[in-house]
Design a protein around this ligand. Structure first.
Ligand code: PXP
Length: 246
């Protein structure tokens, strides 16, 4: 069964809506771990619009499962990551005007800059993953620049409006899992996954982990973070291919 990474950015988004000190994403991370999260993910954006430097330090000090830092491949953020030392960094594209990360990193186009960030992070002993679209040229470039893993952008699947579009995006993901695994990459998935759309993607098998943020934080408002995480873990288990089941 795939592991579950819980992205706590949106706990901080609610806090920042009032520029106060609650809710605390660090508390959110504790509750998520008590609900069974296998990984805590946060995105330290260049504009610090939700998670800030204090959150990043406090998460590092308190999280007992794998800590995954999403980040742009800039000098400033790479230096912070090397100092903070999360178990994993996921390089993502970042645009100030976007609501959340939209689409994958273009590893083919920005190969040199990305290779240099990957080298610095790996030298610091951090495992590095690329958030990319499920395209073979991006997978090949990711393996070539030294990424150990890729997180496949599941947005096309999540946003598909027709059964045909959903089926097509699932088959691109299945193909990318095969290509990625063949290249020796660990394959994760994320973006736009919800309690309603997780079943077919969990049933694909091959994803070692999913990173889910908005849907879990949204549900936590009504049932609490622990229960929200437990429910998602249950779905991942229920829909995992039989051989994968816990
Ligand atoms: N994975 C990555 C790399 C992301 O940037 C995001 C969005 O912050 C997610 C997963 C989680 O997406 P969502 O909030 O739609 O579950």
């Amino acid at each position: 069964m795939a592991l579950l990474g819980v992205n706590v950015d949106h706990v901080a988004t609610v806090r920042q809506a009032r520029r106060t000190d609650e809710p605390d994403p660090v508390w959110g991370a504790v509750e998520a771990q008590l609900g069974g999260a296998d990984c805590i993910t946060f995105h330290l954006r260049e504009d610090r619009r939700h998670v800030n430097d204090r959150d990043a330090r406090a998460l590092r000090e308190t999280v007992n499962v794998k800590l995954n830092m999403e980040m742009a491949a800039t000098d400033e953020i790479v230096a912070i990551a090397c100092d903070l030392h999360p178990e994993q960094c996921t390089l993502v594209p970042e645009r100030r005007e976007e609501l959340t990360t939209e689409g994958g990193l273009d590893v083919v186009r920005h190969r040199d800059r990305i290779a240099s960030a990957v080298g610095r992070l790996k030298e610091a002993g951090i495992s590095v993953s690329a958030f990319i679209e499920p395209l073979s040229d991006q997978l090949e470039a990711s393996a070539a620049v030294g990424f150990e893993g890729v997180e496949l952008w599941t947005g096309a699947y999540a946003h598909a409006r027709t059964d045909a579009a959903r089926a097509e995006s699932l088959s691109s993901l299945a193909e990318a899992i095969e290509t990625g695994s063949g290249l020796g990459l660990t394959v994760l998935g994320g973006h736009g996954l919800t309690y309603r759309n997780i079943a077919p993607i969990a049933a694909l098998g091959g994803f070692s982990e999913f990173n889910i943020g908005h849907s879990i934080v949204a549900r936590s408002i009504f049932v609490g973070m622990r229960e929200a995480v437990r429910e998602m873990k249950r779905l991942l288990d229920q829909h995992a291919p039989k051989l994968d089941r816990a």
